[in-house]
Ligand binder design. Structure first.
Ligand SMILES: *Cc1c(COP(=O)(O)O)cnc(C)c1O
Length: 227
């Protein structure tokens, strides 16, 4: 079932990429494994999944020692400052950096471990009160402040679009994110390089790809409805 779902997703990725004149190979699929058991995660990795995304620290550290296969770990959910220490030597990319305080803590913990941590800045593009992320108008100031944290590499931006029954309605949000991403690409800051634009989930990833996403985060469409 996972392999069929994965094939269906790959087909959609290809279609959306071609539709917008992009190369499907440059789009990275992160399999969102929250609430998914270790067996299924292993199956997904055997089917070719190379990156998994967890949204909760507790769940990530529980599963981490149980997955013995080569895979990237991404933290995609809200991260509390006091939990950074648990994941700093486990994850390849943190998608959800949304405060200077958090960036400072990640930098400190990364320095202790002698590593450079790759992060994305989460932007609350819709302005919904229920969503995490910095305000679009604060982005450039935030990126400039990042320059003082030598054990952090800012690799791009992340967002969660509002849920819409008709995914077409998410398009303006993704368009605006791409505009911010392109604008941020012009900045000349030693540790800020706009490489990844992480946006698009099961319901809206095709639209996100059409608008320029190069990381999509897929749970339900791959593993089925979460319990
Ligand atoms: C759960 C989650 C996803 C995946 O959502 P689906 O709709 O199941 O694909 C993506 N990003 C984040 C941050 C999530 O928490």
């Amino acid at each position: 079932m996972i392999s069929e779902n994965l094939n269906r997703i790959y087909n959609c990725i290809r279609k959306a990429a071609f539709k917008s004149g992009r190369n499907p190979d440059e789009i990275k699929l992160v399999a969102v494994t929250k609430t998914v058991d270790v067996d299924k995660i292993n199956q997904a990795i055997d089917c070719g999944i190379t990156a998994i995304g967890e949204n909760r620290v507790q769940e990530l550290i529980k599963k981490y020692p149980l997955i013995n296969k080569e895979v990237e770990w991404h933290l995609i959910g809200h991260l509390q400052t006091n939990k950074v220490k648990y994941i700093i030597d486990k994850v390849n990319l943190i998608h959800s950096v949304d405060s200077i305080k958090l960036m400072e803590e990640i930098n400190k913990r990364a320095k202790d471990k002698g590593r450079i941590m790759d992060i994305l800045v989460e932007v609350n593009i819709s302005g919904e009160a229920s969503k995490f992320g910095i305000k679009p108008e604060d982005l450039f100031k935030f990126l400039k402040e990042a320059s003082q944290y030598s054990n952090i590499n800012v690799k791009g931006l992340m967002t969660i679009a509002p849920y819409c029954i008709d995914p077409e309605e998410t398009r303006p949000y993704f368009k605006e994110m791409k505009r911010l991403f392109d604008e941020a690409s012009q900045l000349d800051i030693h540790n800020v390089k706009m490489v990844y634009l992480s946006m698009g989930m099961s319901n809206d990833f095709e639209i996100a790809i059409e608008e320029g996403a190069n990381i999509i985060r897929i749970g339900t469409a791959l593993f089925g409805q979460r319990l």
